[in-house]
Design a binder for this molecule. Structure first.
Ligand code: SF4
Length: 358
């Protein structure tokens, strides 16, 4: 990894960002002031994943030049980084490879597992094929897995606050089923949490429950049986405040149903928001206390981390533009940005306020 540092830096270092940092996070030009959040850029998990992918490329190019290197899906949720990886000759296959893709893999091929990990079954298939896994799974993701495995061994259902279709959550839920008898249920919103709490307290229509959470629970999950002892964990990149609210509401439901002295038998919680996510949310929270005309959040549109940062700006009532890269700043008048509500890019004219109108 050390020997590829210079190459990684040459691809991702920004002189502009360094200049802003050197000036206390502020860049001023005429009537425009740009403030950079204190925590900005790749987290340590992503830095490590990128370094490992570059190192794998270098290692195999030198030791066994004809070895194909595959990547399961995206190394991280950032289109620029994935394009760069592709340009290096690393072949991207599905996060959960299809039969056709699996048939192409041969013993000795290298397969990179992304920072958010992969499902237990996928890893097993890769190993059965005799491929060499280059595992870049972040340690913070693995600590969620550890917690979920523990719940599962103790026959406790994992309630995971996250997006059921996110690769990290899929990898995490696969851990629940692989190492014990526990089930899992993924909740994403507070409204879903309230629905679950109400079911814990009052029961309800089982078919409706299963329909509502389709794709977000383990095979054989029965809300009448498997919500009696639950452990809450979360996708590492959720909003801290929301995750705390999810666990608080479920805890209250359990206290109401079974009484405080019995709580330990029915409820567990482990905060699995990663440190880097928290630092970024804290840094933005601090920045949002300062007067600003608008906020620009830069990152992949499918990144949970950056989406939450954009949500924070919107929740503050600040004009927020979520862009994937500098090309979206088309001109002083026009910006192309992602709408969290419409789930696609939209165009906004006159996005920069007129300084003379202040
Ligand atoms: S768990 Fe945190 S540090 Fe690790 S890759 Fe995800 S966001 Fe980065």
């Amino acid at each position: 990894m050390e020997t590829v540092q210079a190459q990684v830096l040459s691809h991702y270092r920004s002189e502009l960002v360094e200049r802003i940092r050197a000036h206390g996070g502020i860049l001023e030009a005429d009537s425009l002031t740009v403030k950079l959040a204190k925590e900005f850029g790749f987290c340590y998990g992503v830095e490590r994943a990128i370094d490992l992918a570059y190192a794998a490329k270098k290692y195999f190019s030198e030791a066994a030049p004809n070895t194909p290197i595959y990547l399961l899906g995206e190394i991280i949720h950032n289109p620029e980084v994935n394009d760069q990886i592709r340009n290096m000759g690393i072949q991207i296959i599905s996060p959960k490879p299809t039969e056709e893709e699996l048939s192409r893999l041969k013993a000795g091929d290298a397969v990179i597992i992304p920072a958010f990990g992969t499902e237990v079954g996928t890893r097993k298939k890769i190993e059965e094929k005799g491929c060499i896994p280059v595992d870049t799974t972040c340690g913070d993701v693995m600590s969620v897995w550890k917690r979920v495995r523990q719940y599962s061994k103790e026959n406790v259902t994992s309630i995971i606050h996250g997006k059921a279709k996110h690769e990290e959550t899929k990898a995490t839920t696969s851990q629940a089923r692989a190492y014990g008898s526990g089930h899992y249920l993924v909740v994403f919103t507070l409204a879903e949490t309230d629905y679950v709490c109400n079911y814990i307290l009052n029961g309800g229509n089982k078919n409706e429950f299963l329909e509502k959470f389709k794709g977000a629970y383990s095979a054989g999950f029965d809300p009448d049986i498997h919500l009696q002892a639950v452990g809450v964990a979360n996708q590492t990149t959720m909003l801290r405040g929301e995750t705390e609210e999810v666990q608080r509401r479920i805890k209250q439901a359990m206290i109401k149903k079974y009484g405080e002295p019995e709580l330990d038998k029915h409820f567990r919680f482990f905060d699995t928001i990663c440190g880097a996510t928290q630092d970024r949310q804290d840094a933005l929270q601090k920045l949002l206390r300062e007067p600003m005309d608008l906020l620009i959040v830069i990152g992949g549109y499918n990144s949970s981390n950056t989406s939450h940062l954009a949500e924070m700006g919107e929740a503050k009532g600040l004009r927020t533009y979520f862009i994937r890269n500098a090309s979206r700043l088309e001109s002083r008048e026009k910006i192309v940005h992602y709408s969290l509500h419409e789930k696609h890019e939209i165009v906004t004219e006159n996005w920069l306020p007129d300084p003379t109108a202040r």
